[in-house]
Design a protein around this ligand. Sequence first.
Ligand code: ADP
Length: 420
Amino acid sequence: MVKPAGRAGFNPEQESSMWPSLVAVLLVGAALFHLRWKRRCEALARSVELLKQDARESAAAHEDDMARSHAEQAVLFESMTEGVIVLDASSRIQVANAAVRQLLDVTMDIRGQTVLEAFRLGDLNALVERVRKEKAGASIEIELPGLAGRTLEVNVAAVLSPNRRLVQAVILVFHDLTRLNELEYTRQEFVANVSHELRTPLSLIKGYVETLIEGAKDDPAVASKFLHTILKHTDRLTYLIEDLLILSKLESGREALNFQREEFRPLVERVVEELQTAASSRQIALVNQVPAELKVRMDVNRMHQVLMNLMDNGIKYGRTGGVVTVTARKAGDDLVEVGVQDNGQGIPVEAQDRVFERFFRAEKARSREQGGTGLGLSIVKHIVLSHGGKVWVTSEIGRGSTFYFTLQGGETATPSDQYS
Ligand code: ADP
């Protein structure tokens, strides 16, 4: 019998036994594939989470930065010495800093009001409207009503939209010119005073020289008198220039003070000797009553100048045959009070505070006659203040004056202390 033809080597029994292992391989493959895929998905999810976290952190950091920057701006805005007001698009006050509130004496909340409503400053309000219309900056000087003599300069600028058609805000910046104006006034007054002080002796000298040239030189007695007068006026000019230079040096603060803790009595003794001739010419006795061994903290050269000026005044304005006495005493913890007393003409009450002003003279004629510059006491005040002390006068007409000033004993300070 012949077997039916079939595929070479094909064995149906063998084939049916292959399927389970094939399926198993496929299943294992699928499981492995699934596992790998799952891991990749998880890794991807983790990266996405990390990215999200990064984004959250950088958003938080950005918010922190923004908040810090806002806080910094607010502090800057509030601490500016210039007053600043920002108006919104409808000219209403959006914010005003502390300086402006102080300058304009504002105590209420002015947000939402116009410049006119808040301050009643019509000119400033008109300028704001002009700036809005013309879209260009402008400035104005205003005198504040009510606050005596206060002058402000206000710069007004418009903030424009990107296409420059709309005014989005208006910014007002206020500068207080009061102090500047005062300084300018003082400067002008000082220049006028100095010019006057220089011109007076110069024109006198010129007058005497002309008279001499015109013939007075031929009369020896007259010539000698005139020449002595000329000498006196040139001395006055010299003192004036010296005092001006001292004052300018003191005011510029160029020279550092060299503080030393030293005995005060020897310094007074030195000045007594130096002024002896001037005192004798008016039969005035100079008395040093400063206790021996009393020490003060001072710049010796500057303190020499103070004593010179006060004792010289005591001689100039003292009574002929009188006495100028210097005293010093401990006046509290680490404080020494020095007094320079004369028994001369005295100073009227109304002039007592003013004698420390530059060029102020209670008695013009006498001061000039004595070669006074009108700067001596302002130099004294400057030096005493730079020593951390204070200076004042007590005086009675016909009985005399005492100029007092304080110094530190310097018991706690180091000897090499420097002050500039
Ligand atoms: P001056 O060079 O005119 O003396 P000062 O600044 O030293 O300038 O003094 C200012 C003014 O104070 C003097 O012109 C004088 O009128 C008054 N004065 C100063 N010291 C005395 C004093 N001891 N007695 C009376 N008046 C004085």
